[in-house]
Design a binder for this molecule. Sequence first.
Ligand code: ASP
Ligand code: CP
Length: 311
Amino acid sequence: MTYPRKHLLAIEGLEPPHIADLLDLAESYALLNRSGKTQRDLLKGRTLINLFFEDSTRTRTSFELAGKRLGADVINMSVSTSSVNKGETLLDTASTLNAMHCDLLVVRHGQSGAPSLLSQKVDAAVINAGDGTHEHPTQALLDALTIRRHKGRLEGLVVAICGDIAHSRVARSNVHLLTTMGSRVRVVGPPTLIPAEASRLGVEVFHDMKAGLAGADVVMMLRLQRERMSGGLVPSAREFFRFYGLDAEKLAHAKPDSIVMHPGPMNRGVEIDSAIADHPTRSVIGEQVEMGVACRMAVLDVLAHGLRRNV
Ligand code: ASP
Ligand code: CP
């Protein structure tokens, strides 16, 4: 295993062997999870704290499950009932947790760069569980694992990432991972939701869904991140769905065996039609969630090797 760092803060900067090794390890955890042999003691005596300043269903639960399956003591800190409400800063909160000798700190925060800042202040290994519009590295890993399981590879695949690219950390992490692994990435959306620097990231930009989906192997839909938008960047939900929502008619332009992905949470009838989200053969949205547990186990596993030996 070649993972070179103490923390996992971003996909940007990881090289193909690091990513491939993480995916191979995650694949082995996926098989173990399916076989029911889930309990390990790799993190016995270690403490993992989930510190989520933004809402989460999948990421927080799967880090909890992954930590417990590897034998860690897992604490979900409830930020909404914590002393953050009494004015304690992010850094003071982190040094408080540091003083309790937490080993692994999983952080989600609305500000891009917050996990990186914390990683400089605490002894724990820090994992970015989504920071502002910057990155969501474990989401990109679980997406890549899901794609690889269906297509057998990442190299050479045409992947269309559609919708609100500008505010999506999922898009950013996926663009870094997939271009590093040799996929041909397209971003598809209205001009107001495509960041100016998109073409510098090695992706093709499309404003028309039919053209952007033509011949795609993978169609990845994104939620409109209204909580990060200032002002009216999109008309109405109904209008957005008409032009950019994935329905059977638009999906017909992708390859007949293409898969449909969504990181969740979905807004049905806005970026995706229910019939596509629930499609029995094309939609792999449930499998993405399953692979999330396996990928987070793999990440905790590789970071465990760099932890202080004080237990
Ligand atoms: N759950 C993902 C994130 O936190 C995607 C989303 O919320 O739309 O970035
Ligand atoms: N995909 C994702 O990060 O989901 P949550 O926001 O529910 O964690």
